[in-house]
Ligand binder design. Sequence first.
Ligand code: CTP
Length: 445
Amino acid sequence: MKKVITYGTFDLFHDGHYNILKRAKALGDYLIVGITTEHYDLQRGKLNVVDTLMERIEHVKQSGLADEIIIEDHEEQKQEDIQKMNVDIFAIGSDWCGAFDYLKQYCEVVYLDRTPNISSTQIREGQHPVLQIGIVGTGRIAPRFFAESKYVSGVNARAAYNPHKESSQAFGKQYELEAYYGEFSEFLDRIDAIYIATPHQTHYDYARQALEKKKHVLCEKPLTFTVSEAKELYELAKRQGVVLMEGIKTAYCPGFNQMMNIAKNGIIGEIKDVEACFSRITAPNLREMVDRAYGGAFLEFGSYTLLPIFKLLGCQYENVRFDSILAENGIDLYTKVHFRFKDGLAMSKTGVGVKSEGQLLISGTKGYILAESPWWLTKSFEVRFEDPDRIQRYSPKFLGDGLRYEIADFVSKINGNEKMSYHLTEEESIAMAGVVEEFMKDRTN
Ligand code: CTP
């Protein structure tokens, strides 16, 4: 019996997929089809896959061509499968020509002609018009957003807004974007969605104006300074039938989600403590250091540190307490936030003028997870136990500066795929606004 194997994502199953399976099957007597997991697709930079793994498996099954379906979840798997399953022929579309020649040491490698003029990408793009996005604020993060959006299909960063004419025009010219500086509503008329990267205290107002005009909003953290404002924005988005998402990029990164899932699967027992730290010594002339009202460490980095705390211990804490070291102008150079939950404790440490070990430590009744700096990009973490020799190490892939995952989720949600909402729930985002509200009260007292 001649065994043939082929692999793919098989998203939005189309004629090209059917044809390749048919041709692959014709090469032998038994066809094995490997289908990529969501996690693996994200890691290799294939963003915006629409169908779930189960849906994709079902579609391949329905083709009636696969004798066996397996799951592909890491890069080195092909040679393992081929040897383990005694495969005679590896077949793949001609778009991969040459890429799998290294498998020739295990079996015959055949590149089959691709069916012309059809692909999942094309269907995804055809299903929805390309999202025209406008960047509000042209400071430090805006160029990163612009660069990362290029890796996400179905989105075009088209225009930029800054109330200051010179800044807007300079940014527009540099990135070849339409530049707006006058009426915000005129800018909104030109686009479908905005990314807000302005100073913290302006987020709410820009977001509200955009939602009122039925524009989707991706807003940098912190979304608002009060629970009532956060709730109001989420309600408004729902009423207007548009998407509102808070841009805490860590929440959307595959490695961070893998770490959260491992923490919650019981391997370290019940989670009793989460300590998260983010510090960056910041130049004295920057906004974080000089803005007496809205500068400082906690407002700058607190969303990152609160994220794993709420993900792992829930949003219902019993009490919260703040301790800060202040600069002469009143901004917090260093802030510790202590939480008590019904069954656990947590601490967030943020610094702009005090440097500390930027780690995430999740302690449980059977072990702990340690992710070193920069854990918020989650490129590695370890699961450790009482026995110091028992360590599980993870090194998830992390592409670019991570914003692409957030942008991909945003586009995917706008296109009707609500499956991704768990990455950062409305409840978590509102709870974070609650901590910011407490912090601001504490600061003025
Ligand atoms: N394939 C094909 N003809 C097409 C499209 C895909 O023969 N028109 C083949 C690919 O070469 C691969 C398999 O189908 O061997 C699965 O490809 P996959 O990447 O899942 O499909 P694409 O449509 O290429 O997806 P995307 O646009 O997301 O890259």
